[in-house]
Design a protein around this ligand. Structure first.
Ligand SMILES: NC(=O)c1ccc[n+]([C@@H]2O[C@H](COP(=O)([O-])OP(=O)(O)OC[C@H]3O[C@@H](n4cnc5c(N)ncnc54)[C@H](OP(=O)(O)O)[C@@H]3O)[C@@H](O)[C@H]2O)c1
Length: 256
């Protein structure tokens, strides 16, 4: 548990926060007294939990839907953020998904474009658009969600997704150097196999059980396992000398 005032007077933007890992990250920032712009995914009203709606009515959370696959989707999202905040202290680029499992020889241009646009281009666009607000912080942190598959290559059908996460990891390292003079730190959280809707869609129960057995900690991860690493990387008091790093959160699934 972090100190309940760790992010007092801090403005935080979390994308892909209507469910899964992003939702838990948003919840933990709210618990630490941050003001949080919560990107609810493509739909404003998808089964959002009570705590978010309560925080919205107390004006601690600001709920903004945006489809990053739409033309101007990221631009309009950043414009909405600029209406709410005059500076951004923490940006968590977390929206993304595998989209589907596409065998290399059958991958269509459309599928390729979708995976790249959502998982890598949207991160570049949201970051670029919010840079003036991040610079205004003086001690901002960007935390990007990548994946264990950026290092391992993932499993069959996820080549483009895995490569797009590797792109984001490398992009983050380059930004860490470039933005250090602006007082902006840039790091990544790399989840292993985390039980969210993600694997409901892309992995069978048998595949997940097989994976579980290979994990030294003998269990799949949860959003609650991941979220504290984001808060750690966001807080200058805890990680002020850490930038350009990827922290693997995977129960030991990858030890190298
Ligand atoms: N779960 C894992 O094992 C795992 C492992 C490694 C990395 N990750 C990464 O962790 C992040 C969060 O994943 P999760 O497991 O929490 O999955 P999730 O529950 O499927 O959440 C994905 C989030 O991305 C949003 N998103 C999807 N398509 C979008 C679009 N076109 N425009 C805007 N937002 C869109 C979703 O919004 P909607 O509700 O509208 O779909 C949702 O908020 C992703 O970047 C994922 O690649 C997950």
């Amino acid at each position: 548990m972090f100190h309940p005032k760790l992010f007092e007077n801090r403005s935080v933007v979390v994308t892909g926060a209507g469910r899964g890992i992003g939702l838990e990250v948003a919840r933990q920032f709210l618990d630490c007294n941050a003001r949080v712009l919560v990107h609810t995914g493509r739909d404003r009203d998808r089964d959002l939990p009570e705590f978010l709606l309560d925080a919205e009515s107390e004006r601690r959370a600001f709920l903004v839907p945006a489809d990053f696959m739409r033309e101007n989707g990221t631009r309009d999202f950043a414009a909405a953020a600029a209406k709410v905040f005059d500076r951004v202290d923490v940006l968590v680029n977390n929206a993304g998904t595998m989209v589907g499992r596409f065998p290399a020889g059958e991958l269509t241009d459309e599928q390729y474009g979708h995976v790249v646009r959502l998982n890598q281009t949207s991160v570049v666009e949201v970051t670029r658009a919010l840079l003036p607000l991040l610079r205004a912080s003086g001690q901002a942190a960007i935390i990007n969600t990548v994946s264990i598959s950026a290092l391992t290559g993932g499993s069959p059908g996820s080549a483009i997704y895995s490569a797009s996460k590797a792109f984001v990891a490398t992009y983050s390292k380059a930004l860490a150097r470039e933005l250090a003079p602006d007082g902006i730190r840039v790091n990544c959280v790399s989840p292993g196999t985390i039980t969210t809707d993600f694997h409901e869609r892309y992995s069978s129960k048998e595949k997940l059980e097989q994976t579980r057995r290979t994990i030294p900690l003998q269990r799949l991860g949860t959003a609650e396992d991941c979220a504290p690493t984001y808060l750690f990387l966001a807080a200058p008091t805890l990680s002020g000398y850490i930038t350009g790093q990827v922290i693997e959160v995977n129960g030991g699934q990858l030890i190298c």
